[in-house]
Design a protein around this ligand. Structure first.
Ligand code: PEP
Ligand code: MN
Length: 346
């Protein structure tokens, strides 16, 4: 059940409602939203009787039953899409949000020229890893704090918001000093202590789906962040592992409309890690627009053949420019469909 307290409900009234929910055998999670306190009651109890009792409290605005295991991220809890402000742009609203940049921050020149190129082409945010989750311990692991500084500098110089990955609880504070959005990579999607920690910081989180994470598991991971206090979570479909070997992963394109049915959180699509293959990124990007993703995250490098990580899936500046221009007619249709959907949900 989700219980929304009325605006201005006092602490005593909230405690009283929580106490009543506990008496019915539920566990209580409450979050302080922008405007009001919302309480999630989870567990097994007499739902009908509990709802009846809660409806009788003056301080309770609404109490509804939510059958999904994730509560706060579900469409049942909130029908309108969550719109998250990132730098000068926003995701989840009426603009298609494009994140672009190299897999890893390598040098000042590399990140600065990339930032300038992607900003010129219309990207909204700059990506770049400073802490890299690499399968082999012998591969480049990232420039760490030096990389964070360079990324921030490039973001500031171009007016782009920046996105970078945080891999450990210990580094949350450090990464948060430099970035606008905290990325949780595929390999950490079920790192529950990290998810809880990111719940406590006031910075949007980009949560990537794991290599073998189901949609329900992804939503439960998002629920961890939200229920620990941070409602600004962006989901990212980045391909899952299947028996197919022609591509690095298999893009689960249907995850986008499925997520759009189940959650109000914005969904980004990452065609680079989905495919591992530069040549098919334009086709996958068009598909992302067509299925209603809220945006794209692509890898761009000044010289992909010399990249320290993920060169084969990185676009050159010219390829990124071409992609952005090729998306324009598709984005017109996307804009129209957003206006229609927004009107329908009013
Ligand atoms: C990345 O975005 O560079 C990355 C490592 O992605 P993923 O966690 O999806 O593999
Ligand atoms: Mn990468």
């Amino acid at each position: 059940m989700i219980i929304s307290m009325k605006l201005g409900a006092s602490k005593e009234e909230i405690d009283h409602v929580c106490q009543r929910i506990l008496e019915f055998g539920y566990k209580v999670h409450s979050i302080q939203g922008d405007e009001r306190v919302v309480i999630a009651a989870v567990g097994v109890g007499d739902v009908t009787h509990c709802l009846e009792s809660l409806h009788s409290y003056d301080a309770v605005e609404s109490a509804v039953r939510i059958s999904a295991p994730y509560k706060f991220v579900s469409k049942q809890y909130k029908a309108e899409r969550t719109r998250i402000q990132i730098g000068k742009g926003s995701i989840g609203g009426e603009e298609f949000f494009v994140v672009a940049g190299p897999c890893s921050v390598e040098t000042e020149e590399q990140i600065m020229t990339t930032a300038q190129a992607v900003a010129r082409c219309g990207a909204h945010a700059l990506r770049g890893g400073a802490f890299k989750p690499r399968t082999s311990p012998y591969d480049f692991q990232g420039l760490e704090e030096e990389g964070l500084k360079l990324l921030r500098k490039a973001g500031d110089a171009t007016g782009l918001a920046v996105i970078t990955e945080v891999m450990t609880v210990t580094n949350v504070g450090l990464v948060a000093e430099y970035t606008d959005v905290m990325q949780i990579g595929a390999r950490n999607v079920q790192n529950f202590p990290l998810l809880k920690e990111l719940g406590k910081i006031g910075r949007p989180v980009l949560l990537k789906r794991g290599l073998s994470t189901t949609i329900k598991e992804l939503l439960l991971s998002a629920e961890y962040v939200v229920t620990h206090g941070n409602p600004n979570v962006i989901l990212c479909e980045r391909g899952i592992r299947t028996f197919e070997t022609e591509t690095r992963n298999t893009l689960d394109i249907q995850a986008v409309p499925v997520l759009n049915e189940l959650t109000h959180l914005p969904v980004l699509l990452d065609p680079a890690h989905s495919s591992g293959k530069r040549s098919i990124i334009p086709a996958l990007s068009r598909a992302a627009v067509a299925v209603g993703a809220d945006g794209l995250m692509v890898e761009v490098h000044p010289k992909p053949e010399a990249a320290w990580s993920d060169g084969a899936q990185s676009l050159t500046f010219a390829e990124f420019d071409k992609l952005m221009r090729a998306l324009e007619p598709y984005l017109e249709l996307w804009n129209q469909s957003r206006v229609v959907t927004a009107a329908a949900s009013r």
